[in-house]
Write a new protein. Structure first.
Length: 256
């Protein structure tokens, strides 16, 4: 009787537990396979130890001082190398500037002056073949060598225009090449202090107006004794019979 009651009680408890915790919600832990057990056993464990710290710890005080001296010497050597490179570049720049100053002191310098050609002294109002109003002039360009070495003039270009204000820089592409004299036949030598001139006509569209200025500008191409190509720009303003340098436009009167 007692045994029967005990069995009934066990069955009742088992049904209660099964209804409270179904099998789908229970987690089962599967036993590890042989491969997993072998991987877990064979996985190495590494312990990192800084050998330099061990070596440093084992050094004597004298060895530590020698190492500190060597490190300081290395740093000093690196900084000395950097300072030497910078100093070398500075010396090269100074030498280059000094060399350029010597060349500028000994090179040729071609200067230009503009005047009216003989029997011409004013702007002539004309018209072209299509009846459009134009203006014509005939000028004399004087150029001389004020440098300490000879020069050779290769080419001269010029332009005449009547405008309200000229461009900030002379337009070389619109200039006409002067073909008068001996210029087309080869370079003209200019000795130290040498003077030469060339007469040439120029023409432009338009005529004189009150609010416009008459401008003549150009460039002289020459070579110095150092075989360096140079240029002299010139710019002048025509006011009646007077010829003055073009004011407030430094690009029209400079040397390269």
């Amino acid at each position: 009787m007692n045994v029967t009651l005990a069995l009934l009680l066990c069955l009742t408890l088992q049904q209660a537990l099964t209804s409270a915790y179904p099998r789908s919600a229970q987690k089962t832990v599967e036993p590890a396979t042989k491969v997993q057990r072998s991987i877990a056993i064979r996985t190495p464990f590494y312990l990192y130890v800084d050998s330099s710290e061990i070596a440093e710890h084992g050094k004597s005080e004298e060895e530590k001082r020698e190492d500190a001296y060597e490190k300081g010497f290395d740093h000093a050597y690196k900084w000395a190398t950097i300072a030497g490179v910078i100093g070398g570049w500075c010396v090269l720049l100074i030498v280059r500037k000094q060399g350029q100053a010597i060349i500028n002191a000994e090179r040729a310098w071609v200067m230009a002056e503009l005047d009216w050609a003989p029997m011409f002294g004013s702007i002539t109002a004309t018209r072209d073949a299509f009846g459009q109003p134009t203006s014509a002039i005939t000028m004399r360009l004087r150029y001389r060598n004020d440098g300490n070495t000879p020069a050779w003039v290769d080419e001269i270009k010029a332009r005449f225009e009547i405008v309200q204000l000229p461009n900030k820089r002379p337009d070389i592409k619109t200039m006409a090449r002067i073909k008068n004299g001996v210029l087309p036949y080869g370079p003209i030598p200019l000795a130290i202090g040498g003077n030469e001139y060339v007469d040439f006509p120029l023409e432009c569209i338009g005529q004189e107006e009150l609010r416009k200025i008459n401008v003549v500008y150009g460039v002289i191409y020459y070579r110095d004794t150092f075989n360096k190509k140079r240029r002299t720009f010139f710019g002048f303003q025509l006011k009646g019979n007077d010829i003055t340098y073009l004011p407030k436009f430094p690009e029209y009167n400079k040397h390269t």
